[in-house]
Design a protein around this ligand. Structure first.
Ligand code: GAR
Length: 207
């Protein structure tokens, strides 16, 4: 079996990180093993979640993350061979893109290219979707490139925005979609079953 040892980079609550860890633990044949969490915020919820699940967490400053000597040594000490971003809000430095070509994957809570780019993350996106009166939203799983939210798309899933939706209700629906798809798409992409494919799922109803 082709095993990927991943570092999950996260800045927030960590529900996606937790889903990926649980998926890897209960699907041993997925080829996914979570080696560590890298977090840039000492107060982030992801830290407690990871500790509870027994996954090592490294809290690093932006300067450390952007320092090739520190960052590459941290990842190689943990024998990391791929990176999953899960609500990580800093730009990925070029030296990481060079060190892990095609092996850094992100999830974004909109149907890119809509609502992508700097400042577009989490709740800000769901508020913009509701304010714009959009009838559809979704998630995008994509390769990370040097352009913000600009790497090639691996997978999208779309759901309708129900009339009367609020940013909170959209966020809940998006988290359910993320939970349903991110861990498996991540695992399959890293096994390279999906490296050149593009998949779009369109739901008629919110999950
Ligand atoms: C998730 O919805 C993720 O897609 C989004 O942040 C949330 C993090 O939640 N990521 C971005 O907006 C990246 N631009 P979590 O901390 O509970 O996983």
């Amino acid at each position: 079996m082709n095993l990927s040892r991943i570092a999950i980079f996260a800045s927030g609550s960590g529900s996606n990180a937790e889903n990926i860890i649980n998926y890897s633990l209960s699907n041993r044949d997925s080829g996914l093993e979570v080696a560590m969490i890298v977090c840039n915020r000492p107060d982030a919820g992801v830290i407690d979640r990871a500790r509870r699940l027994g996954v090592p967490v490294k809290v690093m400053t932006r300067a450390e993350i952007n320092d090739p000597d520190v960052m590459l040594a941290t990842l190689s000490d943990a024998r990391v061979d791929a990176i999953a971003l899960a609500g990580f809000l800093l730009m990925i430095p070029d030296f990481l893109l060079e060190r892990y070509p095609g092996r850094i994957i992100n999830i974004h809570p909109s149907l890119l290219p809509k609502y992508g780019g700097k400042g577009m993350y989490g709740r800000h996106i769901h508020r913009a979707v509701v304010e714009a009166g959009d009838t559809e939203t979704g998630i995008t799983i994509h390769h990370v490139s040097s352009e913000y939210d600009g790497g090639s798309i691996i997978f999208q899933a779309a759901i309708p925005v129900a009339p009367g939706s609020t940013p909170d209700s959209v966020e809940t629906a998006i988290h359910a979609l993320e939970r349903a798809h991110y861990p498996r798409i991540l695992a399959d992409t890293l096994k390279s079953d999906l490296s050149n494919s593009y998949i779009l799922f369109r739901y008629d109803k919110q999950k």
